[in-house]
Design a protein around this ligand. Sequence first.
Ligand code: AMP
Ligand code: ZN
Length: 139
Amino acid sequence: MLDCIFCKIVKKEIPAAIIYEDDTCLVMLDIKPVNKGHCLVLTKEHYENIFEIPEDRLRKLISVVQKTAKAVKQTCDGVTITQNNGRASGQVVNHIHFHVIPRYSTDGHKYSWKTTFYTDEKDLKNYVISLSKRMSSIR
Ligand code: AMP
Ligand code: ZN
């Protein structure tokens, strides 16, 4: 895609700290790391998000995510993996990518999720029913 920054990186039109490439995926350091060594794992082809990417491509991508996580884990205590879809989720770059973030017991980072709750057993059951129905309709 012409105006996509990650496509430009894939095509080497702009520089990036690339640490791994194969025929379908690329891994680079995030320019604004949460911790040093924070990696982004992306497809070479442009897919906007989890909804657009074909399953075979996603399989390849997740396998490189695992490889990256294994490499990252060698020098830290834990690894956080995140992937955003859509503005509401925090996606800024509309080219699918996974964040692989080295974590340290002492790094002080915390998810700032505000948790909610199900009003009662009926409320919870409604989510179970509705989501299972939707799951079974997806091919
Ligand atoms: P997201 O919010 O999931 O779309 O994350 C996009 C990530 O891409 C952010 O963490 C940015 O710091 C990172 N990013 C944006 N531009 C570049 C770039 N040119 N090189 C490396 N990372 C980038
Ligand atoms: Zn792109």
